[in-house]
Ligand binder design. Structure first.
Ligand SMILES: *[C@@H]1O[C@H](CO)[C@@H](O)[C@H](O)[C@H]1NC(C)=O
Ligand SMILES: *[C@@H]1O[C@H](CO)[C@@H](O)[C@H](O)[C@H]1NC(C)=O
Ligand SMILES: *[C@@H]1O[C@H](CO)[C@@H](O)[C@H](O)[C@H]1NC(C)=O
Ligand SMILES: *[C@@H]1O[C@H](CO)[C@@H](O)[C@H](O)[C@H]1NC(C)=O
Length: 575
């Protein structure tokens, strides 16, 4: 029962995807011999750009990468790690001091150099580290990439992203164009021989698409193309799920664990970037459901495809007899993927499920869930209003995501984009979790060529217009008998039947109407004294006042309401 409720509540569980691996044909391998090739040093920069326990997976991915590089032979002095470091000893971590990246996996936290933690994980430090600019560093260990023209650099970034952006735990985001400029500067200063960049994030393709030149000896692989989500893995629900004490978090991201699990098993002196790209693309994407999985993509200097991975990430000598020839694309036969933007909801929902009924925690969590859902709805309204106001047209739904085609950069005027993104963040309280998924719409506005100042004022206005509209909606529902009228006029699909049913309410019960669809529920009156209903009723009071002619209208999602009902019914049965 409760798992059914769970399904109903979380729309995104529709996104669950069973991924079946099919076996791959063995690939022809090049001769070993060529080994490293480079006489220089291998450098690596690992960045987890998020914080908070529900983002467990990013820091787990990064720590795991450190272990792979270390076993591969890179030295600590050449590996620079950015991680907020609030996971291992987080009070919610069921295994204090331990981070895992796989359900049955071991600790990946031990020994990780904490070069940049907490507030030192920021965009300025990131750029200065890769530029080797010691004087620009604030906080942290001060370690930078001191590389020269014979050195190879590997950068791995795991975090939230959105069109044109990668997130940082605090402050400014990484803007695609700025990042590319830093890379070009590194090229001009001859700070590397070759560079490989792996990025795990939603819309990560947009960081390079159309702007990373192919003549810089830089090869970038991204978890997703420029216009799609990336996915978390080992999230619970389906096999293989994390141990039960890891409620509501994902242990990894699918692109990340795919390259990591491939790299830690095989001889990297016999596997090329191209081979790994193919293995990882196959495991990350699903032919069966291309809409619900991401397309691993690459950008930049294609000549690096034939390089062996050992030049960048080393290789574990223990793997010398294991090649990826004949490697089954996925060592996991089935797995569930979760759209990373829905992970905060999954986290709250799963905490609600394990909290004792009637506890203060559950009220708090329920409230947070409502707030998050309402916030998302408002963000949706805001962006539509922004498009309408700035473009002076009403039909804007096709402009909500980037309209650029493959090969084109997200935006032509990146300064316009940055100004609009910052304004949107400030005025609409848009965060990476949800709101910034609309940066493609802002890019569209820049591409259409609307004046920047005019758009910034449209962003400010939109916020107030949406608030006013919502207030007006509440007022009209409160003040008149709209509700009853619409029920009686049969405007709603089966309003007539519902209205007549008014009389059929048994004693000790009452009828409530839930959600935008006004779904009718008849519930025992005694439920009203339970804490979760109290929270609901407070919501009702805030939004509409308690008095309604047509019955009580509860403004929450129907599915959330059902979830609560199911919990009480199963609780009643136990008594
Ligand atoms: C190093 O960082 C400082 C402070 O951010 C900056 O002023 C300077 O231009 C940087 N130097 C280089 C070579 O990037
Ligand atoms: C790379 O190619 C671009 C044109 O795509 C050219 O403008 C630039 O000068 C080239 N850079 C190098 C280092 O060759
Ligand atoms: C990018 O992803 C979208 C959504 O999954 C898909 O429809 C599109 O075909 C993909 N494009 C490329 C070039 O991979
Ligand atoms: C790999 O195989 C060779 C030949 O069978 C053997 O001598 C060597 O010890 C093996 N290496 C490892 C790490 O097992």
């Amino acid at each position: 029962m409760s798992s059914l409720g769970h399904l109903q509540v979380l729309v995104f569980l529709c996104a669950l995807l069973f991924y079946s691996a099919d076996s791959r044909k063995p690939q022809l391998l090049h001769d070993i011999g060529s080994e490293d090739g480079a006489k220089g040093t291998r450098w690596a920069v690992l960045v987890a750009g998020s914080k908070s326990y529900y983002n467990y997976r990013h820091q787990a991915d990064i720590c795991h990468a450190y272990q792979v590089l270390r076993k591969g032979g890179l030295k600590d002095e050449n590996i620079i790690v950015f991680m907020y470091d609030d996971i291992a000893f987080n009070p919610e971590n069921p295994r204090p001091g331990v981070i895992i990246n796989k359900p049955d996996g071991g600790d990946v936290y031990e020994g990780v150099p904490k070069d940049y933690t907490g507030e030192a994980v920021n965009v300025k430090n990131f750029y200065n580290v890769i530029l080797g600019n010691e004087s620009g560093i604030r906080g942290g260990s001060g370690k930078v990439v001191k590389s020269g023209p014979n050195d190879d650099i590997f950068i791995y970034y795991a975090d939230h992203g959105s069109p044109g952006l990668l997130s940082m735990p605090d402050g400014e985001d990484v803007h695609a164009k700025d990042f590319i400029k830093v890379l070009e500067k590194m090229h001009n200063l001859k700070r590397y021989r070759k560079m490989v960049i792996y990025v795990e994030a939603c819309e990560s393709g947009s960081i390079f698409e159309g702007i990373l030149k192919t003549n810089l000896s830089i090869f970038a692989v991204t978890a997703s193309n420029a216009s799609e989500n990336s996915y978390g893995i080992y999230c619970g629900g389906d096999y293989p799920s994390p141990p039960p004490e890891y409620h509501g978090v994902c242990l990894g991201d699918v692109f990340s664990v795919s390259w990591l699990e491939d790299s830690e098993r095989h001889d990297m002196s016999k596997e090329t970037l191209k081979q790994q790209y193919q293995v990882v693309k196959r495991r990350t994407g699903s032919d069966a459901d291309p809409e619900m999985s991401s397309h691993v993509s690459y950008f930049g200097s294609e000549e690096l495809l034939k390089d062996y991975l050992v030049s960048y990430i080393g290789t574990n000598p223990k793997n010398e007899n294991f090649t990826s020839a004949g490697f089954t694309a996925s060592p996991i036969s089935t797995s569930s993927l979760v759209n990373t933007r829905d992970i905060p909801l999954l986290y709250l929902q799963s905490k609600i499920q394990i909290s004792p009924i009637g506890s203060p925690e559950i009220q708090e969590l329920q409230k947070k869930l409502f707030e998050e859902m309402n916030h998302r709805k408002q963000i949706d309204q805001n962006i539509i209003e922004i498009l309408r106001l700035s473009l002076k047209q009403t039909n804007v739904l096709n402009l909500l995501t980037s309209t650029r085609t493959t090969g084109q950069p997200l935006v032509d005027d990146w300064d316009c984009f940055k100004t609009l993104v910052n304004s949107f963040k400030n005025h609409c309280v848009a965060t990476m979790d949800y709101g910034l998924k609309y940066t493609g719409a802002l890019a569209n506005i820049c591409n259409i060529g609307v004046d920047v100042k005019q758009t910034v004022s449209a962003i400010e206005q939109a916020y107030f217009i949406v608030r006013l509209k919502n207030q007006e909606k509440r007022r009209s529902r409160r003040s008149d008998k709209n509700l009853k009228d619409s029920l009686l006029s049969g405007e709603l699909s089966d309003g007539r039947r519902r209205a007549r049913d008014q009389n059929g309410v048994p004693r000790g019960h009452l009828a409530v109407y839930v959600g935008d669809e006004m779904q009718r529920f008849v519930i025992p009156t005694k439920y009203l004294q339970y804490p979760e209903f109290k929270v609901l009723m407070d919501e009702v009071a805030d939004e509409f006042g308690y008095e309604h002619e047509g019955g009580i209208h509860i403004p929450c999602e129907e599915s959330v309401f059902e979830e609560i009902l199911i919990r009480y019914m199963s609780c009643d049965k136990k008594k």
